[in-house]
Design a binder for this molecule. Structure first.
Ligand SMILES: Nc1ncnc2c1ncn2[C@@H]1O[C@H](COP(=O)(O)OP(=O)(O)O)[C@@H](O)[C@H]1O
Ligand SMILES: [Mg+2]
Length: 427
């Protein structure tokens, strides 16, 4: 089979690396890809947000048998629908199911209707009513722009003043554009040991009939050590989550994952693909913080390297709705991903810095997030540049290997966190 993966980042490189291990995959393509994906796939220079351009490309390339649509934005505009309507086989939800991520208001209403545990909330499209609610409710309180906002549309407000300011930014100043036409205002969840509560990401394969959780992971969203600085796309991840266990998995499957799959079916929005559950352990049990309609970045970078089963077999089983027949197996041990970023990220940073890479050893995989080749030289081409991924018997061993490799990589003003994998140590 010839397979094309849509997207440009570390997540797509990780998916390509997993597909490359498949016995059945012949040639890989990546639209548009980066310098890392170019090593194992043919990069295709087509704008994937231009649906007509993608379908035109697909029509001209009948040799491509399967499309994997990964980023949230092409899913939200219906790229899978467009490819399927021309007879192409795809991995990824249709537009009417991708709404579980692209509208936070939709996701909250779904959870309320089907009694899936989540934070209490109200939805507003009127600024004055939202403001009155914030004033009467007080802090702490959480504001969420309804639409896709590059992971920046959520404000956890510790004071009422912060919340009033945030409300103005989202609803009046339109800091996130039309994503802020509607707003979800939520109760701030409390954790068992930490505040806010302990978070875990659980990605799951689902074909609408069966849902199979992958191994768990945790991410580090803030720019600097000790969770200081601004929110980023993610500065690192590790797997598995320290407080996860079989009992919790059973409970989450029963109370959250299966009910979500069934709810989407009942709404006529069957979800096929990778459904991502952003969960929080709270003083009142496990709750859903959000859904994503796709693989997470950089969660995928620590999950897929542990997959023993052929990923292409799983993708096809999802497409053909026979996921129940597949036995999905994972390696024991742990995996850590340290993100190397451009200094100044996520605010402002330079691109085009030459990257030097020494011998990182065999146990480490370098996944490319934002790289390019300029005059034959590997250079930085984004905020998040490289993902250093290492496996080990446990998190400590994986961490040690990853950070040893980090020491062999450099460019002007490279930045990273030193504390990836140290979260939730007490379990
Ligand atoms: N109700 C809540 N209570 C406390 N913290 C929250 C709540 N909702 C979200 N958060 C925090 O904000 C982060 C971002 O929220 P999320 O809904 O995942 O949006 P997105 O990932 O689209 O930015 C979460 O990872 C969590 O740390
Ligand atoms: Mg999130």
């Amino acid at each position: 089979m010839n397979v094309l993966v849509i997207g440009n980042g570390g997540r797509e490189h990780a998916i390509l690396l997993a597909l490359r291990k498949s016995k059945r995959v012949e040639k890989l393509y990546c639209m548009k890809g980066n310098a890392g994906t170019a090593r194992i796939a043919e990069n295709v220079d087509v704008d994937y947000m231009n649906v007509a351009a993608v379908t035109e490309y697909a029509a001209a390339h009948p040799e491509i048998d399967y499309y994997v649509v990964t980023p949230d934005d092409p899913l939200a505009i219906g790229l899978v629908d467009a490819l399927e309507s021309m007879g192409k086989r795809c991995f990824g939800p249709r537009r009417n199911a991708a709404v579980i991520e692209s509208s936070k208001a939709f996701a909250k209403q779904l959870m309320k209707k089907y009694k899936i545990p989540t934070a209490e909330y109200e939805i507003f499209d009127d600024y004055d009513k939202a403001l009155a609610y914030v004033k009467s409710h007080g802090a702490p309180i959480v504001l969420k722009a309804d639409g896709l906002a590059l992971g920046k549309g959520v404000l956890v407000c510790q004071t009422t003043e912060q919340a009033e300011e945030g409300l103005k930014e989202i609803m009046l100043d339109k800091a996130f554009g039309a994503a802020g036409n509607k707003i979800v205002i939520e109760e701030c969840l409390k954790g068992l040991k930490y505040n806010p509560g302990e978070e875990v990401s659980v990605l799951a394969f689902t074909d609408g009939k069966t849902i199979v959780p992958m191994i768990t992971s945790c991410d580090h969203k803030r720019a600097y050590d000790g969770d200081k600085g601004l929110n980023t796309g993610g500065m690192g991840t590790f797997s598995p989550c320290p407080f996860w266990n079989k009992k919790l998995e059973k409970q989450v499957l029963k109370k959250i994952m299966i009910p979500t799959m069934k709810a989407m079916n009942a709404e006529g929005r069957t979800f096929k693909g990778c459904l991502y559950f952003g969960l929080m352990r709270t003083d009142k049990g496990m709750k859903v913080v959000e859904y994503n309609s796709r693989f997470g970045d950089p969660e995928t970078q620590v999950v897929l390297p542990m997959l023993k089963t052929d990923l292409m077999d799983i993708f096809e089983a999802v497409t053909e709705e026979r996921l129940a027949d597949i036995n999905i197996e994972w390696e024991d041990g742990a995996c850590v991903c340290v993100v190397l970023a451009s200094g100044g990220y996520p605010v402002s940073y330079k691109k085009g810095m030459p990257i030097t890479i020494g011998d990182v050893g065999e146990d480490v995989t370098l996944i490319h997030a934002g790289t390019a080749i300029k005059d034959g030289q590997l250079v930085t081409n984004g905020g998040r540049v490289l993902d250093v991924v290492a496996k080990g018997a446990d998190i400590n061993e994986a961490r040690a290997k990853a950070y040893e490799a980090v020491g062999k990589i450099s460019w002007e003003n490279m930045s990273f966190r030193n504390d990836i994998g140290l979260k939730y140590r007490e379990g």
